[in-house]
Design a protein around this ligand. Sequence first.
Ligand SMILES: NC(=O)c1ccc[n+]([C@@H]2O[C@H](COP(=O)([O-])OP(=O)(O)OC[C@H]3O[C@@H](n4cnc5c(N)ncnc54)[C@H](OP(=O)(O)O)[C@@H]3O)[C@@H](O)[C@H]2O)c1
Length: 263
Amino acid sequence: MALDLTGKTALITGASSGIGVEFAKAFARRGARLVLVARRKDRLDAVAAAIRAESGVDVAVVVQDLSTPNSAAELEAKLRSTRTQVDVLINNAGFGTNARFVDEDRYRVRDEISLNVAALVDLTAAFLPGMIARDFGVVVNVASTASFQPVPGMAVYAATKAFVRSFTEAVWGEIESPNVRVFAVNPGATQSEFFEVAGGKPSIGMAPTVDVITATMRQIDARGSKPSVVVGGRNSFMSWMSARLPAKAVIRTAGKMFLPPKH
Ligand SMILES: NC(=O)c1ccc[n+]([C@@H]2O[C@H](COP(=O)([O-])OP(=O)(O)OC[C@H]3O[C@@H](n4cnc5c(N)ncnc54)[C@H](OP(=O)(O)O)[C@@H]3O)[C@@H](O)[C@H]2O)c1
């Protein structure tokens, strides 16, 4: 049976494009109020207006750069000032960088770790205790199939997503109430602005964003959510294989897909 989300508040980070926009539409269709977070106000406002017109739910927009050290605390303070209680947290904001590690901009890489890892942990720490106290809540942390093996050409990104999956699965193991769901979702390559931002394009096909939402909603509605869900049958098989094949072969294969040519 579908989990009743009517009137609950869903906070979605990275809601100005790609997978985050699709999450916002999906939670609105389920009757949830939305708090949409990202840096680009114009994009957030456009998403919010379209959703209000379509679903009639309350949508608040919070402009916040989540890669800065106190960003999660600042976001929490903004929500406290409007007495907003978060029932669903979708830690979706994230970006990748596609280059050989030695060619990476070290400050951009630091922002990547701050956003993909630190902000996600901080926001989970900010909102999960309230969910446990109220015995209701959902935390979805967006990891990636990159979490299943090191990825030459996206070394830092894959490591951040391995952290996200490991962290989330461990927290899943700490939750004792069936009414509080915490799990990681692992998309493979998905149509969004991700690869434009990362500065590369893999030699593989892209799935539609809706696939990520379908897999996530299925877990939210399941009686007992899994610690982690992989989006798509082919990605599930590849992730399963990555844990079983020799590391050398797995890493070289990932490198073939993501390593930029030498210049
Ligand atoms: N697309 C894929 O192939 C793929 C595969 C696996 C996992 N993922 C993961 O899926 C999630 C969503 O990515 P996407 O594919 O939808 O890419 P996207 O279209 O580039 O969306 C990324 C979102 O994150 C936000 N964001 C980036 N930097 C931010 C910052 N410093 N502070 C706050 N928000 C920030 C962006 O908004 P602003 O720029 O407006 O801030 C945007 O809304 C990410 O965690 C990504 O790692 C994507």
